[in-house]
Design a protein around this ligand. Structure first.
Ligand SMILES: C[S@@+](CC[C@H](N)C(=O)[O-])C[C@H]1O[C@@H](n2cnc3c(N)ncnc32)[C@H](O)[C@@H]1O
Length: 246
């Protein structure tokens, strides 16, 4: 039986004809308070989640790509976990300006660099990377299957993909999580960033995202084997791991 694709969720209150243009404009606006808002909204846990994602990638000695790198923390965590070279790609130049400043301050021997690029058309040849990761990207892309296929394309056979993203909470915590993300986060977002719409988009963008099992199937369809997933943050965040089919 065929099911219709879920309706597209796009950020409100920003210019743009497509989801990509609006997402880009939204992050360009919230960038000055993006990191602070993450810290407040997650009680500081976002840093630990990225470190867990970086470790799961087993990046020691690897050439790694962080897609939708934003302000660069996951790329820096990969370098700290031993990656030989890390490139962070994002289509929002303003986010990458913050990432580049962090990389300069981090004394990582110039092992981390950033480039403007689209997750749906990564500017790299096939099989360029040993590791590919992404943090809180998947809800934001206009074509999730296309993004996963593109990440598989730039990975070497046997290379690891790690995806970190919010997910549909388990039933036991859903009422609390929905109240928090649906009502508290937009109020906090408005107070801290002045951009209530961006923090209404955050919970709204979760609705069409596949659940953990469905996302694991999509990874398999995109060319990944040994797909595994685990929950973090009271089950509100998911880490998916896949190995690029040889
Ligand atoms: C929620 S932020 C996450 C940033 C960072 N990975 C982190 O862990 O904080 C999502 C990022 O993905 C970027 N992004 C969304 N869609 C993209 C696309 N199609 N191509 C490249 N970057 C994209 C946005 O510009 C934004 O910087």
């Amino acid at each position: 039986m065929r099911t219709d694709p879920p309706p597209e969720v796009v950020p409100a209150g920003v210019p743009g004809r497509t989801k990509a243009e609006r997402v880009q404009a939204m992050f360009a606006r919230i960038v000055p308070r993006y990191d602070a808002m993450n810290t407040i909204m997650t009680f500081g846990l976002h840093r630990r989640w990225r470190r867990t994602a970086a470790r799961l990638a087993e990046p020691r000695g690897a050439v790694a790509l962080d897609v939708g790198s934003g302000t660069g923390d996951l790329a820096l965590d990969l370098a700290r976990a031993g990656a030989r070279r890390v490139i962070g790609v994002d289509f929002c130049e303003e986010m990458l300006t913050v990432a580049r400043a962090k990389a300069r301050d981090a004394s990582l021997d110039g092992r981390v660099g950033f480039a403007v690029g689209d997750a749906l058309r990564l500017p790299f040849p096939d099989g360029s990377f040993d590791r590919v990761v992404n943090g809180f990207l998947l809800r934001n892309v206009a074509d999730l299957a296309g993004a996963l296929t593109e990440m598989a394309r730039v990975l070497k056979p046997g290379g690891r993909l790690v995806c970190l993203e919010i997910t549909h909470p388990p039933a036991a915590v859903a009422p609390l999580a929905n109240l928090y993300f649906g009502s508290v986060v937009p109020i906090l977002g408005a107070a801290i960033t002045g951009e209530a719409d961006a923090y209404r988009y955050l919970p709204a963008s979760l609705a069409p995202l596949p659940n953990i099992q469905h996302l694991a199937r999509m990874l398999a369809e995109a060319g990944f084997v040994e797909v595994r997933a685990r929950r973090l943050g009271l089950g509100t965040v998911a880490l998916h791991l896949g190995v690029r089919r040889g």
